[in-house]
Write a protein that binds this ligand. Structure first.
Ligand code: ADP
Ligand code: MG
Ligand code: ZN
Length: 454
C-alpha cells in the first residue's frame, strides 16, 4: 500500500468595504438594496464607458498584501480576463494576472495537532466583482448592484497538507481583514469566499519534509463553498475520494466540483475539456499603477497592530495562556476592551491575568453581549475583577450563617458593640473574613452584622 499526502492550495476572494465601486463612482454598499439601483454605464458594461481606478481599494489591497508579508510591486497593471457569462456584462472582468499588486508573502498556520507551518502566498491582486444572478422558477434575474464592487484575491502556493490548516488560515485571514478594516469578511453575506484546489501525491518512504516535490499533474477545484465548516468537510471528502480512486488504479483529471451538504459529498461541476481560456491582455483603458517606495512605507507605517503580534504581546508581556490570548484577539472589540481594562487596572494593581480570565469566561462574556456588541466599559471590568478578588460570596444566606457563628463565638466584641463601642464590629467583620478565607465582601459583611445586632 502506498502513502498519499494531500496537496492543497487556497484562493480567497474578499470584497472591500470602499464607499464606491472599483472603476466607477457608484456606491459599493449594495447589500439588501433594491436591484439595479447602484449602476452606471461603467458597471453595466455599456460600450464606450471608461473605467477609472478606485485609489482607496488599491490602498486596501496593498494593506492586505503587507499584512501577509508580500512584496508590493513597483509597477502593477490591470488586465482583461475574457469570458462570457450573463452576470458579466462587459464580456470580461478587469483583474490582474502578470502584474499583480502584491507578490510572494507568507503566513504561519497551525493544524489541530498543534503543528505550525508556513504557507506561502503567491499573490494578492485587485479585481472586480460580477453581477448577481437569481434563479426563480423558470426565470433568471440579474442584479448589477454588485457588478464592479472591489474584490481582492489572495492565492496561496499548494502548501496545505491538512484540512485543519485550512480552517486556521481562513480564520486568520478573516481576522486580518477585520483588523485592517478593509472588509467585514462575512461568509454568509459573500464578503469572503473560499476555493480550494486539492490533489494527492504518492509519497516515497525516503522523502523528507519540505516543499520541493513534484506536484500532481491534476487538481480538483472546490468552488462556491460559503462556510469554514463546509470547506473543511469538502476537502476531507475529496482527499479520501482521490486516494480511493488512485488506489483503484484510476487516473484523476483536472475538474471543478461543488459540495452537496445534504449528501455530504462533492459532485462534478465542470471537467477539463470545458476549461476556460481567458486570453488575458492588458486593460487599455486604465493606466499602470506606480507604487513608489515612499507610498508603500506610508501604508506600512499606518497598519494597525495585527492579530498575530497582539497574541504574541499578550503571551510574552502579560504571561497569559495561548488559548486565552487567542480568544481575546479573535474579536477586535474584545481585545480593545481588554487593553482598556488592563491600562486602568494597572493603576489599581489589578493583575492582568485576572482581567483576561474575567473577560474570556464565557458566561461573563455572554452576559455582556447585546445585539452582537459588548456592552461593558473597561472601568466596569476592573470593578468586577476587584469585587471578585475580594471574593464576594454571592449567597447572602451563607454569609449570614457565618456571621451568626462569629457573633456567638465573640461575646465580648458583641457586648462592646451593643454598649456603644461602634468600632468593635470590625473585630467581628475580621472574624467572618477569616472564616471565609477572605472570600467575602467586607462592606457587605459589616452590613449583615449590623442588621443581626440591631
Ligand atoms: P488558476 O489561475 O487556473 O486558478 P493557479 O496556477 O493560479 O491556477 O493555481 C490556483 C491554485 O491552485 C493555487 O492556490 C495553487 O497553489 C493551487 N494548485 C496548483 N497546483 C496544484 C496541485 N497540483 N494541487 C493542489 N493545488 C494546486
Ligand atoms: Mg482559480
Ligand atoms: Zn457604476
Amino acid at each position: 500500500m502506498s502513502i498519499y499526502k494531500p496537496v492543497i492550495g487556497l484562493e480567497v476572494h474578499v470584497e472591500l468595504n470602499t464607499k464606491s465601486k472599483m472603476f466607477c463612482s457608484c456606491s459599493a454598499d449594495y447589500f439588501g438594496k433594491a436591484p439595479n439601483t447602484h449602476t452606471c454605464p461603467v458597471c453595466l458594461g455599456l460600450p464606450g464607458a471608461l473605467p477609472y481606478a478606485n485609489k482607496e481599494a488599491i490602498r486596501k489591497c496593498i494593506q492586505i498584501g503587507l499584512a501577509l508579508n508580500c512584496t508590493i510591486s513597483e509597477d502593477s497593471l490591470f488586465e482583461r480576463k475574457n469570458y462570457f457569462y450573463p452576470d458579466l456584462a462587459k464580456g470580461f472582468q478587469i483583474s490582474q494576472l502578470r502584474w499583480p499588486l502584491c507578490v510572494g508573502g507568507e503566513i504561519e498556520v497551525e493544524s489541530d495537532f498543534g503543528e505550525k507551518s508556513l504557507i506561502r502566498i503567491n499573490r494578492v491582486h485587485q479585481e472586480e466583482d460580477t453581477g448577481k444572478l437569481s434563479h426563480l422558477g423558470g426565470v433568471t434575474l440579474i442584479d448589477f448592484n454588485r457588478s464592479g464592487v472591489p474584490l481582492v484575491e489572495i492565492v496561496t502556493e499548494p502548501d496545505f497538507t491538512d484540512s485543519s490548516q485550512i480552517r486556521d488560515y481562513a480564520k486568520k485571514l478573516q481576522q486580518i481583514f477585520r483588523y485592517l478594516g478593509v472588509s467585514n469578511a462575512d461568509m454568509e453575506k459573500g464578503d469572503m469566499r473560499l476555493e480550494a484546489n486539492v490533489s494527492v501525491r504518492e509519497v516515497k518512504s525516503e522523502e523528507g519534509r519540505g516543499t520541493d516535490f513534484e506536484l500532481p499533474n491534476y487538481r480538483v477545484e472546490l468552488k462556491n463553498i460559503n462556510s469554514f465548516r463546509f470547506i473543511v468537510a469538502a476537502v476531507e471528502f475529496e482527499i479520501k475520494r482521490q486516494i480511493n480512486a488512485l488506489e483503484a488504479g484510476e487516473k484523476l483529471h483536472q475538474e471543478t466540483r461543488g459540495w452537496d451538504e445534504d449528501k455530504k459529498e462533492t459532485y462534478l461541476q465542470r471537467s477539463k475539456e470545458e476549461a476556460n481560456d481567458y486570453r488575458y491582455f492588458p486593460e487599455p483603458d486604465l493606466p499602470g499603477i506606480k507604487n513608489q517606495e515612499l507610498r508603500i512605507k506610508e501604508i506600512q507605517d499606518g497598519l494597525p497592530e495585527l492579530p498575530s503580534a497582539r497574541i504574541k504581546k499578550y503571551i510574552d508581556q502579560y504571561g497569559i495562556s495561548k488559548t486565552t490570548a487567542e480568544t481575546l484577539v479573535a474579536d477586535e472589540s474584545l481585545a480593545e476592551l481588554f487593553d482598556g481594562a488592563v491600562k486602568l487596572g494597572l493603576e489599581e494593581n489589578v493583575p492582568v491575568k485576572e482581567v483576561a480570565n474575567y473577560l474570556v469566561n464565557s458566561p461573563t462574556l455572554a452576559s455582556h453581549l447585546k445585539g452582537g456588541k459588548l456592552n461593558i466599559s473597561p472601568d466596569e471590568i476592573v470593578q468586577a475583577v476587584k469585587e471578585k478578588k475580594s471574593g464576594k460570596i454571592e449567597d447572602e444566606g451563607e454569609l449570614e450563617k457565618i456571621a451568626q457563628e462569629v457573633i456567638s463565638e465573640n461575646e465580648k466584641s458583641v457586648n462592646d458593640y451593643k454598649s456603644g463601642k461602634e468600632s468593635a464590629i470590625m473585630a467581628l467583620v475580621g472574624g467572618v473574613m477569616r472564616k471565609t478565607s477572605g472570600k467575602a465582601n467586607a462592606i457587605r459583611v459589616k452590613q449583615i452584622l449590623e442588621r443581626l445586632l440591631l
